[in-house]
Design a protein around this ligand. Structure first.
Ligand SMILES: *Cc1c(COP(=O)(O)O)cnc(C)c1O
Length: 232
């Protein structure tokens, strides 16, 4: 594990790049939050993020995250960014502050029931496969209105926006198009359903600048901050 000092230097550099990307497209630098992606790293990684003042920590597996969440100070905000199987919906609703990876009606129902029984309003994002990538989870752009409609009927869930993971490609125009599609989809949905969907979670180590340009409000960054992850 890297030292806090190294981590803080990387955060400084990252925030500088974020500010530059914001300025380049006329956005306020504080309009983009950074979610530190701590998967495969010890709980300390999330503590670093909070100590520096980043927005929170992102994990992609419920099982891996729970011991970290339980051993960490309450001040850390945890978000689930990886695929969630509906049989783990209850555990996820219990431990996470927000679930970004909601992509089916079945999962919506399970999360709603779980949040209801926990007596909480659970914030969620809908994960959209905006790049039509067969290797990715997420609802298609075409099916997102139907999923949003179902989500708005879930009284214990609060839909705060959309999330996407761009296809992995050396062609930068592919991620750019995915981000622009997500942003346009959000605008359309806000009009159609008369709701506000302020959060656009998009952009990672390799593509956060393009995501910011397309309107990202939350970038999810792991490798840039903590270094390469061991292969799983
Ligand atoms: C791992 C992961 C990230 C972070 O990716 P990096 O390239 O390491 O910044 C972001 N989002 C999701 C959904 C992830 O699973």
């Amino acid at each position: 594990m890297i030292t806090y000092h190294t981590f803080a230097e990387r955060c400084d550099a990252l925030l500088e790049k974020v500010a530059k990307a914001c300025t380049a497209c006329g956005r306020a630098p504080d309009s983009v939050k950074v979610l530190a992606v701590t998967k495969t790293h010890p709980a300390e990684a999330a503590e670093y993020a909070v100590r520096y003042g980043l927005y929170g920590a992102g994990e992609n597996r419920v099982q891996e995250a729970i011991p970290k969440i339980e051993s960490s100070p309450d001040a850390i905000r945890w978000e689930l960014i990886g695929h969630l199987q509906s049989n783990k919906a209850k555990l996820a609703a219990q431990h996470f502050d927000r679930i970004q990876s909601v992509d089916s009606e079945k999962l919506l129902k399970k999360l709603n029931t779980a949040a209801d029984s926990l007596g909480k309003q659970l914030p969620i994002l809908l994960e959209v496969n905006a790049g039509d990538d067969p290797a990715k989870f997420g609802v298609s752009c075409e099916d997102t209105p139907r999923l949003l409609e179902a989500a708005l009927e879930c009284s214990s869930l609060r839909v705060e926006g959309l999330m996407t993971i761009a296809p992995l490609s050396s062609d930068k125009s592919i991620s750019k198009i995915s981000f622009e599609r997500l942003s346009a989809l959000r605008d359309t949905l806000e009009g159609t359903f008369s709701v506000e969907l302020p959060e656009l979670s998009m952009g990672m180590t390799g593509d956060f600048e393009a995501a910011i340009q397309a309107g990202s409000t939350l970038i999810r960054v792991g490798t840039y901050l903590y270094g390469e992850r061991p292969p799983i």
